[in-house]
Design a protein around this ligand. Structure first.
Ligand code: 8Y7
Length: 277
């Protein structure tokens, strides 16, 4: 059980995190007005489809992307977090690396911090600790602008595990107990196709770190590289990856296609139950 700012996330069964991007290409009027109502309708639809939490992000972390400043990110996400936290029964996760955004989102009801920089930004550790919220620590090699330029590891799974273990230790020292942490290998963040496949194949190696695992593979380019399809044709690949991630130990999958993922995981659960008799 994770206490997400008053809302409970029960991790005794796999959970689905629905992705809600609040960036200029989504829920905007074409200018810089972000339509809270449209974001709310999309989030409500994901909850109706079975999403157990909603991840709101205001900064694109795609390969090659530049950042946005804190003022802009706050303006995008805070009204959406506030509306969703008030109206939805599920916890709202805030996808940010910025301490000011963590604090502001927590103040308006966010239930989790999802940080692709694993609280390494200046002030992020203290800000996250102050909120008292669960935190997802993700591994990334390098930074979004350059991370896909020939990433190198000694052994990708042990390197990622060592990084996450070190971040867990730093968090514990800063007053964020392991029971409030989630770990994520960061599929696609400074990883070649082979690295991503190794991490998925050996995801359960990360279980020894003693924190639930979150896996984000939905529509990612490594899946596209295997099946040879553009982003809009990656549903089957994404569902297969989600099922494999859960089978290999993921507690939470971060996805765009909630309804289909929920169905896929129901089949996995039904078959697992039959095996156990
Ligand atoms: C992940 C993520 C993204 C992921 C976690 C995309 C924000 C890229 N990917 N957060 N965020 N894990 N925890 O394609 O894999 O969705 S953005």
């Amino acid at each position: 059980m994770l206490d997400c700012g008053g809302k409970v996330l029960d991790l005794s069964a796999p959970r689905v995190m629905g992705i809600l991007n609040v960036t200029p290409d989504s829920f905007s009027d074409g200018g810089d007005f972000f339509c809270v109502d449209a974001a709310l309708r999309r989030a409500e639809a994901m909850v109706a489809e079975g999403a157990d939490l909603i991840d709101i992000g205001g900064e694109s972390t795609r390969p090659g992307s530049a950042g946005v400043d804190a003022g802009e990110e706050l303006r995008r996400v805070v009204p959406v977090v506030e509306a969703l936290a008030r109206r939805l029964p599920v916890p709202i996760s805030i996808d940010t690396s910025k301490p000011d955004v963590m604090r502001a989102a927590a103040d308006v009801g966010a239930g989790m911090i999802n940080d692709v920089c694993a609280l390494q930004a200046a002030g992020a550790l203290a800000a996250a600790a102050e909120t008292g919220l669960p935190v997802c620590l993700m591994h990334m090699l390098g930074e979004p602008r350059t991370m896909q330029h020939d990433p190198v590891y000694a052994d990708v799974v042990s390197d990622v595990a060592a990084f996450l273990a070190a971040r867990i230790a730093v968090c514990e020292e800063a007053g964020i107990p392991r029971a409030r942490l989630i770990i994520d290998p960061g599929f696609g963040f400074g990883k070649s196709l082979t690295h991503n496949l190794c991490l998925l194949a050996r995801l359960d190696d990360l279980r020894s770190l003693g924190a639930p695992i979150l896996a984000g593979l939905s529509r990612k380019s490594s899946l596209g590289a295997v099946v040879g399809r553009p982003v809009e044709g990656r549903l089957a690949a994404s569902l297969t990856a989600a099922v494999l991630a859960v089978q290999n130990g993921a507690a939470i999958v971060r996805v765009h296609d909630v309804a289909q993922t929920v169905d896929a995981l129901r089949i996995l659960a039904a078959v697992s139950a039959a095996r156990q008799g």
